[in-house]
Design a protein around this ligand. Structure first.
Ligand code: Z5A
Ligand code: MG
Length: 218
């Protein structure tokens, strides 16, 4: 009798697709567009956003961002990181279940915004060591003065041009092999053409690969 071969979970895993970049670069726009088109194609997919403001830690972060409440820079950094850790096991289950996860901001934002406040880069990275590692990072690159022309800039705590330039400089230091840097000044459609193609490719490539939980480990 031939027994059915049990599929190892890692052989069908989904891809971890991340959007990063400074404020108003178009991350959420592209993440939503990618979600809609993959969903329409019948690809199992979920959209996640950090900070995840729906959790208890997320509520504290939301309050901080909206009120400019005076909180120690290291304390808020650790809260952003804790917000990712509290979501890790659910994100892992989603990916191992074969569902692609589109994530809007993650640990790179965590480090970029805190290091821009002059906290040491290595200290900023350390609480996120060992989180899930994205398979591809679409870095939406744009200068702060261009971003400022877009809607909504200036409503939350970090949305100041000089600060955003510092954030961008730190992002540049964090670039890795998995990063695709995109010129965020291009049109939504033009950007999406590339993002859509690259995402389908990475979804295929990841299917047989183990999930990585080694962010910044080496
Ligand atoms: N933060 C942190 O400090 N530490 C952490 O660990 C994490 C985050 C995870 C809130 O983030 C803050 O938290 C953020 C970083 C910090 N700092 N600030 N401020 P958020 O992700 O919640 O922020 P947001 O409110 O979603 O804004 P955003 O992410 O900066 O914007 P975006 O998603 O990149 O852009 P968008 O919403 O897609 O588009 C912005 C506008 O531009 C909108 O009017 C669009 O219609 C328009 N748009 C988009 N694409 C285009 C193109 N291609 N051409 C022209 N116009 C466009
Ligand atoms: Mg956004």
């Amino acid at each position: 009798m031939i027994l059915p071969v049990e599929k190892s979970k890692s052989s069908i895993r989904g891809a971890f697709i991340l959007f990063e970049g400074c404020d108003r670069a178009g991350k959420s726009t592209q993440a939503a567009k990618l979600f809609e088109s993959l969903d329409a194609l019948g690809v199992p997919v979920k959209l996640w956003k950090f900070p995840d403001r729906t959790t208890l830690i997320g509520h504290m972060i939301d309050k901080y961002l909206k009120s400019g409440h005076d909180l120690d820079d290291r304390a808020i950094h650790l809260l952003f990181s804790a917000n990712r850790w509290e979501c890790k096991s659910v994100m892992k289950d989603i990916l191992l279940d074969g569902t692609t996860l589109i994530v809007d901001r993650y640990a790179y934002s965590g480090v970029a915004y805190s290091a821009a406040k002059d906290l040491e880069l290595e200290w900023c990275k350390s609480p996120d060591i060992g989180l899930l590692t994205p398979d591809i990072v679409f870095f939406m690159d744009m200068k702060a003065e261009e971003a400022a022309k877009r809607g909504g800039f200036g409503e939350e705590l970090y949305e100041k041009k000089e600060f955003q330039e510092k954030v961008r400089d730190v992002f540049m230091l964090l670039k890795e092999r998995t990063w695709e840097t995109l010129d965020a000044r291009k049109s939504v459609t033009e950007l999406y053409e590339h993002i859509g193609k690259m995402s389908l490719k990475i979804i295929q490539e990841c299917k047989g690969l183990p999930l990585k939980e080694d962010l910044w480990k080496s």
